[in-house]
Design a protein around this ligand. Structure first.
Ligand code: MG
Ligand code: MG
Length: 259
């Protein structure tokens, strides 16, 4: 079921969005060569707790996972791209780190992800991250009343194709509200003009993630971490976006963000 939010409810989702943005801003500032992924997880836990928020990941146990998730942030490094389980790993020069975070504040959820490079960037990684950001902005721009979900998907898919990447549509965007994953799903490729019509009050996570190699993925034995099948690197950019009469409203926008 697709649930539309009132203007007042969207307003009440904004604090969760602001907090997710603030935490991701801090974590990306802390992430550096020599920093352990577990330090990022612990800092995220402090920030969630100190802001009277609840992690949507803690105890999350979907059909695809391997038991309840006992972390508040996903840390995916290099060929890992989604659902990366924070573990004892020290970031090395040139690592591509994707952070994904969803929290609940006063009963409303926001979900956002960002990829960064620590240390000396490789040009291919800069291009890959850039592509997910451009695709995210294209998806957001298409999130207007009168369009359909397929217009967002097609906008993302077009950017992927422009950059020479092939989106994997097994995991993608989704509705957001009282819970982290609601209807409708928002695939990272599709046909313009198709799918659910975008109405005022629809709140969705738009989240392009691309791999530099093929579109095939594999799951780690930890049951969570998703990697490219061919070892190529992946990147992920996500925002929670409300469709409004005045256009798309990004609830998780970071101050430091492009453009
Ligand atoms: Mg997310
Ligand atoms: Mg999401």
């Amino acid at each position: 079921m697709i649930e539309l939010k009132t203007a007042n409810e969207i307003e009440r989702m904004q604090p969760a969005g602001r907090l997710v943005a603030a935490i991701l801003t801090e974590l990306t500032a802390v992430a550096d060569v020599g920093v352990n992924l577990l330090d990022l997880e612990h800092r995220a836990r402090e920030l969630v707790r100190d802001n009277n928020a609840t992690s949507c990941y803690w105890d999350y146990a979907p059909s695809f996972g391997n038991g309840p998730f006992r972390n508040v942030v996903c840390t995916s490094v290099n060929d890992a791209v989604l659902h990366g389980l924070p573990h004892d790993y020290v970031l090395a020069d040139g690592d591509l780190l994707s952070l994904d975070l969803a929290v609940e504040v006063d009963g409303w959820v926001a979900d956002s992800a960002v990829s960064v490079i620590v240390g000396e960037p490789r040009p291919a990684d800069v291009k890959l991250i850039g592509a997910t950001r451009v695709a995210l902005e294209a998806g957001i721009a298409a999130a207007t009343v009168g369009n359909r979900i397929g217009d967002i998907s097609a906008a993302i898919g077009r950017v992927a194709a422009d950059y020479g990447y092939r989106p994997n549509t097994r995991y993608g965007g989704h509705g957001v509200g009282r819970t982290m994953h609601e209807d409708p799903s928002v695939p990272n490729n599709g046909t313009a003009g198709r799918g659910f019509p975008l109405r005022p009050g629809l709140v969705i996570a738009i989240e392009p993630w691309f791999l530099t190699g093929g579109d095939r993925i594999r799951h780690d034995r930890d049951g969570w971490t998703i990697r490219s099948a061919d070892g190529s690197r992946g990147a992920h950019s996500e925002h929670t976006v409300a469709v409004t009469e005045d256009g798309p409203r990004v609830l998780t926008r970071r101050d430091s963000e492009y453009p």
